[in-house]
Structures are given as structure tokens and as C-alpha cells.
Ligand binder design. Structure first.
Ligand SMILES: [Mn+2]
Length: 302
């Protein structure tokens, strides 16, 4: 298919041009080539996602999508989100987030659901549909933890869910992500939440990092906006001499941050499930589309 983008694992060649470091504020125009839209944390907000996809389809019927992770968890309709993204076939790629890993880990019986996960439908679906041909665990477990969106005429984008260890190069990120993926696909979960396992360290940075302490360990307690940053903590993307600072990167995960650009990094989680919005970033033009959270998707407090 035109614009089909399968190549080496973890590398996406969408056939869609983009300007690395494009202007977020520039006006959108009808694309000459199919675009690739990077979509923020969906968190089970199916109604809002459907509206965003419909809007993008309308203006660019052949576009591709990269989901920045956390398709599931918190919101009301995680199973419907998985089904919808799966139905996009090879027009969509998904990066695993911490909540996606949590769902897979519950399914693998290495952890249990927490209050507020709202993953019951997903877990029931697996039990009820065997041996149906499509089951989300097998599909989700194949998804990468890091993706390079390559385009011959531009600088590639690196997409991960949360962020990067400041000392890791792009090559090291991809190697680490690939190694962790192999363990997930083989059903080995002994690394999960294990800081003494190198793959557990990879998962911690790629899917959970926000702030870093001076020794570059995770400052897990801080999840707030930039102006609430404790004096001993630095946001991962602001660490001086970060190995990937010259590389265009996109992440989600950090709802309190909102849509933020720092040098060549763009953060696109605008907290849909908390009543914010779901955002899509165009790799062609750098413009964003946003759909405000629909009432049926708002987080249910329990
Ligand atoms: Mn997350």
C-alpha cells in the first residue's frame, strides 16, 4: 500500500515528509503527501479517540498514526481503544507505555490490578474469546518500546513513551528497547519492576521517567508541572549534555506538563483522561490537532 511503513523492527519509514523541529504554531494545510500523526496518551478514552481519528481521516484519508503509549488504563473503555487501534492495521504503530506494560503484566500474572485501572473488560475479553484469532495480549506484546520514524529528506524522530536516560545514545536506546521487547514477547517477566535487572532499568526510563536526581536516578515522587520542580530535580529532557539533545524526540506520559516543546523535544500528553484533551502532532508540518475530552471519557473516581 502507498505509504506502507514496515521496515526494520523499531524503524518506521512512513513515506511522509516532515520537518524535524517543525513549528507547532504554523497553520495546517491539506497535505501533499500522506502525513504521520503522533497521538498522545489515550488511556481508554475511546469516544475522544474516535472523534480525533475521524477528523484526521477526513482531511488526510491515507495518513498514518504513531501512538505514544498508554492506550489503556484509568479511562472507561480500554478494550474498545485496543480494538480500534488494532483495526487500523499497518497504518498505525504503538509504543508501549507503563500502563500497557502493567496490563500485560497482569495478564502474565506477575502483578495485580490496582484501584482505578479499569482494565476488567480487557482481562475478561481474553478469558471469553479464546481461541478467537485476535487477542490483545499477543498483539500488544509485539509492540516496540522505542521507534525511529525515518524519512530520507529529514532528521528522524525518536518516539518513546516517557523519556530517556541522559547518557543513552539513540543506538543504545534502540538496542535496549529491542532486548526488552524480546523478553516480553517470550513471556519472560522476571525484569518487571526489578531495578537490578538491566531490562527493568530500560523499562523504568523509557516508560516512567519525568524528573531525575543529581545521580540521574528517577525522582519518582514528582509528577507535577515544570514550575513545581523540586530544586534537587531536573526534568530528563533538560539535563545538560544529554546524549540525545541534538535528536528530535517525542514523548507522552507527563500529563501535568501538557504540550511542551524544549529544544528538539516535544511532549504531547495533554491529560485527556483527566478532562484535558487528546492531541495529535503532524510530522509533516509540526501542527497539532486536539479534541477536548468528551464527557463519557472523563476519569471515574472510585
Ligand atoms: Mn504513562
Amino acid at each position: 500500500m502507498p505509504g506502507s511503513f514496515k521496515s526494520a523492527p523499531g524503524v518506521l519509514s512512513p513515506g511522509a515528509g516532515f520537518v524535524a523541529g517543525g513549528d507547532l504554531n504554523s497553520l495546517n494545510t491539506a497535505p501533499e503527501r500522506p502525513d504521520t500523526w503522533v497521538i498522545g496518551d489515550v488511556h481508554g478514552c475511546h469516544a475522544t479517540l474516535s472523534q480525533l481519528l475521524e477528523s484526521l481521516h477526513k482531511s488526510d484519508p491515507a495518513c498514518h498514526f504513531v501512538f505514544v503509549g498508554d492506550l489503556v488504563g484509568k479511562g472507561p473503555s480500554s478494550l474498545e481503544v485496543l480494538k480500534t487501534v488494532h483495526s487500523l492495521g499497518d497504518r498505525a504503530e504503538v509504543i508501549l507505555g507503563n500502563h500497557d506494560l502493567h496490563l500485560l503484566a497482569i495478564h502474565a500474572q506477575v502483578t495485580t490490578a490496582r484501584a482505578g485501572d479499569h482494565l476488567e473488560e480487557c482481562l475478561q475479553h481474553t478469558a471469553l474469546t479464546q481461541p478467537e484469532p485476535w487477542q490483545w495480549p499477543r498483539w500488544l506484546a509485539q509492540k516496540p518500546l522505542a521507534l525511529v520514524v525515518a524519512e530520507p529528506s529529514g532528521t528522524p524522530w525518536l518516539v518513546v513513551h516517557a523519556g530517556l536516560h541522559p547518557q543513552w545514545s539513540v543506538a543504545e536506546v534502540m538496542t535496549r528497547a529491542m532486548h526488552l521487547s524480546q523478553r516480553i514477547r517470550s513471556g519472560d517477566w522476571s525484569w518487571y519492576q526489578n531495578p537490578n535487572d538491566p531490562d527493568g532499568v530500560t523499562a523504568a526510563y523509557l516508560t516512567r521517567v519525568r524528573g531525575l536526581k543529581k545521580d540521574l536516578s528517577l525522582a519518582d515522587q514528582w509528577t507535577g508541572a515544570l514550575d513545581t520542580c523540586p530544586p534537587t530535580v531536573t526534568p530528563w529532557f533538560q539535563v545538560e549534555d544529554r546524549a540525545t539533545r541534538e535528536h528530535a524526540t517525542i514523548t507522552g506520559h507527563w500529563a501535568a506538563l501538557g504540550l511542551v516543546r524544549h529544544q528538539k523535544h516535544v511532549s504531547i500528553d495533554t491529560g485527556c483522561v483527566y478532562g484535558g484533551a487528546l492531541v495529535a502532532l503532524s510530522l509533516n508540518s509540526g501542527v497539532t490537532r486536539r479534541v477536548e475530552c468528551l464527557p463519557e471519557d472523563r476519569i471515574v473516581t472510585d
